[in-house]
Design a binder for this molecule. Sequence first.
Ligand code: HEM
Ligand code: HEM
Length: 367
Amino acid sequence: MNTKDIVGLIHPTLAVVVVFPIIGMVLNLAWQTRQRRLQTADHGKSKIPPVVGLEHRKIGNWLTGSVVGITLFAIAYSIYFKGVFKDFQGENMIWAILIVMIFIATVFSLIFLYKARTKLWRGIFAGLTSVGIVILGFQDGVFRRDFEWAVSHFYYGLIASILMIFSLAIVPEIYKDKSNNWRKVHTILNCLAVLVFLGQGITGSRDLLEIPLSWQQKYLYKCDWKKQVCPDSTSQVLSPEVLVASISNYPILAQTNEVLASGEFVTITPGEDTKGTAEVIQVGGKIQVRLGENFSAIEGPAVRLLLHKQNRPESYTAENYVRLGDLKSFTGEQVYDVPEGINWQDFPNVVVWCERFDVTFGSARLN
Ligand code: HEM
Ligand code: HEM
């Protein structure tokens, strides 16, 4: 494991070791608080000690802090390793500084929420903390699983954090309200929160299984995550030795390669550097796209090689592109078949696209 892998495990560890035990304590005390209130209302007394309400509130405070804390930590990890900080220069630098400021502002508004007494200020700081988390959560690098939002660990995390912030904000209302309406709202919303926490445990464990350690990434990111298929061993890149041996064994085949068009890759998304040559070649009766020895792209998840109608693709629809396959390697020579019946001249751009985050890395115009 390298540093990135170890830092990536801090968030799940904190969830399991700190947050979930606190949830257990809060739930136990919540149940006792309610039982005590109902028993006292019915019989005028209860065997449950009166401190349970206060204890529930005290540990509830810790729960809000820890849930918001690990959410911010998870988001910070993703933005730092996969977002704007990867290419810390020019416009990105200004954006990165702004993101750091939003992080600081979010942490401070949570601190002020703990201190605020009046309804207005509690509303303002609860709002600011929630907005801060949402803005940060929608930065590049954060994996939101938008294609499966109903089982997204990110959206569950956002809901859980906002529910905890809301619980903290309405504490004085719960105590003041003689009709118990705020208590009911609090109980209903937080029963929902318990389900969301259950979802966090399940989706978090699933995400952990999906995220490879650094040394495994180059193999696993060749998989199509949406379709849930991975290339089999026959579609792997051949090693240079095997390639040379096979070409020298078949000199006739090697001679029939004809370059029909070629182009140089240009980076489209800053930070996702893509360079090298792309060629369309005819090998016997087959049309293929070959990436040159000088090809290189930034590593990323579920990266595809395509032929596209546009040089700077604005969208990826069935009409405007043809999929050549998963990018076999982030560097070096590699060959892809153009599907039969496709005229490459209708799609005269070779494009490297990260499907998981819908980011166009680079493209080469074929001339
Ligand atoms: C999983 C999370 C939580 C659940 C399921 C939960 C549930 C409950 C329940 C069932 C009650 C008793 C309601 C009644 O008397 O009928 C209660 C009371 C209360 N809760 Fe929570 N709660 C949670 C988190 C929090 C948090 C994060 C805070 C604040 C930071 C909080 C603050 C309070 C307060 C102040 C009371 C009133 C206590 C008293 O009567 O002395 N709760 N909660
Ligand atoms: C209260 C509990 C939890 C909350 C509020 C929470 C919240 C979050 C949030 C907001 C993210 C950001 C998504 C991203 O940057 O990609 C995240 C990521 C992640 N969480 Fe949690 N989490 C919780 C518990 C867990 C648990 C129990 C595990 C595993 C055992 C876990 C594993 C992960 C993993 C692996 C990621 C990275 C996901 C990815 O990049 O695909 N989380 N979490």
